[in-house]
Design a protein around this ligand. Structure first.
Ligand code: ADP
Length: 218
């Protein structure tokens, strides 16, 4: 059976989630208190509803309990986001993901039992900062406070060397997960793989080591 999703708040973030879920063939109920927003999304989603989700009765009448996963994407109104999350939790919704506006909001959401808390603006900010610091960094993903994955372009300094020669693990405490070379993807490359200029190298390591790599290598 298809997983059923409900998205509350059809701003830029919630709206983008709705579109992506629909593109993946999922069933989506899109909810917003703003009729215009609901009308905008109604043609694309499985179901659309106008409701203020801080109103318990309205929330119940949507049958929200039966959804596998509810995403709370209410933006600036932190109070409405918290109240909605609290009620979803009390109703026993299986999985709740909430967008947090700031650290205080996140703390409260953690306390009331949101399963997953996302910080899209902050996360994108971190990724873009890594991108602009070094031209060699294509992308950067923080896995936790301690570890990241980074996509780096190999420059002339290391082209022609094997992974073994570079002594990557020892010098940078990082592991090469994969190398993208044109259309090819070399997953878990062996130590005798020779790096070529413009290879895209995907590395996993501690944040400080990855930062060192991004700033000083290639
Ligand atoms: P973003 O930063 O993702 O664009 P916005 O703050 O612009 O977020 O959008 C949040 C959406 O959530 C708005 O469309 C707003 O109408 C909706 N919203 C806010 N409060 C409630 C609520 N209590 N019930 C339902 N929808 C709400």
């Amino acid at each position: 059976m298809k997983k059923q999703f409900a998205v509350i708040g059809l701003g830029r973030f919630g709206g983008s989630i709705c579109k992506s879920l629909v593109a993946e063939g999922m069933e989506v109920l899109a909810i917003d208190m703003d009729e215009e927003k609901v009308n905008e999304f109604a043609p694309d989603v499985t179901q659309a509803a106008i409701a203020d989700t801080t109103d318990e009765k309205a929330l119940k009448s949507l049958g929200i309990r039966n959804f596998d996963h509810v995403i709370v994407a209410i933006g600036d109104n932190i109070q409405a986001s918290i109240l909605t999350t609290l009620m979803l939790e009390e109703m026993g919704v299986e999985h709740i993901t909430v967008k947090a506006q700031n650290d205080y909001h996140e703390k409260v959401l953690e306390r009331i039992g949101a399963d997953e808390i996302v910080h899209p603006e902050r996360d994108i900010g971190v990724r873009i900062a890594h991108n602009v610091v070094s031209e060699n960094v294509l992308d950067h993903l923080e896995l936790s406070d301690e570890y990241s994955i980074s996509e780096l372009v190999a420059g002339s300094t290391i082209a022609g060397e094997t992974i073994y020669d570079l002594d990557f693990r020892e010098k940078y405490g990082s592991s090469i997960l994969a190398i993208k070379r044109g259309d090819d993807m070399i997953v878990s490359p062996l130590p005798d793989e020779t790096i070529q200029q413009n290879d895209v190298i995907i590395v996993l390591g501690a944040n400080q080591d990855i930062n060192r790599l991004e700033n000083h290598w290639m």
